[in-house]
Design a binder for this molecule. Structure first.
Ligand code: LER
Ligand code: MN
Length: 299
């Protein structure tokens, strides 16, 4: 009798384990090259070193340093920090050249444009040493309302062409980002950014799309991804609140799945304010993404 009971219980347990295994098999897992933007404020790079350790501990694939002036950075030191932690550099972010230093590639003043180009050429030199690529987002600037759009776009395309030539000679890519209309009035949608890239006409310039901006600007994120897949070089992840994916309304699993179906091979970089600190953000990112079935490729 006791044996019969035990067999029945064991049978239930086995059935239950089989059911769990079936459910687990049907839950899809996606692996991505997961990186995270980290601002650099310390010339000795202690901030990037600390962040790299945290990202390694949480099995990120890479780091995206946001550097104000690349000419002040010791490339060998940065390369060592990254490789010591088994990470990759997904790209160099450059937006603080505009946000803090007011330099823009479309500025009406030629000397400001030249300073913006010089700054970006410094980023390209550093990227070349680190075998990574350079983002142009806010460095495109903001058009003055009295400035005719065609004139502004011509200045921007000319500046981008100079940067693109410089990048191409160094085997480096520029990722030009579509940024929503609350932050700039230039190239807000994926197709507007793609048109500008078409005008610049350089193989060194590719498109960067960011879920936060797409959520605001695109009528269909999926149609835009499909349309722009041939020129998509880089991708940013942030939720509708600009915070950790999974904390607001964007559905990340189908977006990531679509990118993989479109054969996107690049990194997927988390771009959020690092509040209260990098460790807490990294933990939350991993926890939310894993809950959605998204995991990082370690290396
Ligand atoms: C930069 O990648 C970006 O997405 C901008 O929103 C920064 O303000
Ligand atoms: Mn972005």
């Amino acid at each position: 009798m006791e044996i019969c009971l035990q067999l029945a219980v064991t049978g239930h347990v086995i059935d239950f384990v089989r059911k769990v295994e079936t459910i687990m098999d049907s839950v899809e897992h996606i692996r991505i090259k997961l990186s995270m933007t980290v601002p650099n404020n310390d010339p000795h790079l202690d901030d990037l070193r600390e962040a790299a350790t945290v990202l390694r501990d949480h099995h990120f694939w890479g780091i995206e340093p946001d550097i104000r002036d690349s000419r002040k950075i010791d490339a060998r030191k940065l390369a060592a920090i990254v490789s010591d932690n088994g990470l990759h550099i997904s790209a160099l972010a450059t937006g603080r050249g505009f946000a803090l230093d007011g330099l823009s590639l479309s500025d009406q003043n030629p000397s400001v444009r030249q300073k913006a180009i010089d700054l970006l050429q410094g980023h390209i030199d550093l990227a070349c040493q680190l075998q990574t690529n350079v983002i142009i987002g806010l460095m495109r600037g903001i058009r003055d309302e009295t400035d005719p759009p065609d004139d502004c776009m011509k200045r921007l395309a000319d500046s981008l062409r100079i940067c693109a030539r410089y990048a191409a000679q160094r085997d480096c890519q520029i990722f030009f980002e579509a940024i929503n209309h609350n932050e700039t009035n230039i190239a807000n949608t994926a197709s507007q950014a793609a048109s500008l890239i078409g005008v610049v006409d350089s193989p060194a310039v590719q498109l960067l799309l960011d879920t936060y901006h797409m959520d605001i600007e695109e009528s269909s994120i999926f149609e835009s991804l499909q349309a722009q897949a041939p020129i998509l070089g880089h991708f940013h992840l942030a939720d509708r609140n600009r915070c950790v994916p999974g904390t607001a309304g964007i559905g990340f699993f189908p977006i990531v799945k679509t990118l993989q179906a479109l054969d996107y091979q690049g990194a997927m970089n988390i771009e959020i304010p690092l509040e209260p600190d990098v460790r807490t953000c990294a933990q939350q990112v991993i926890q939310h993404l894993n809950t959605m079935g998204i995991y990082s490729i370690r290396r």
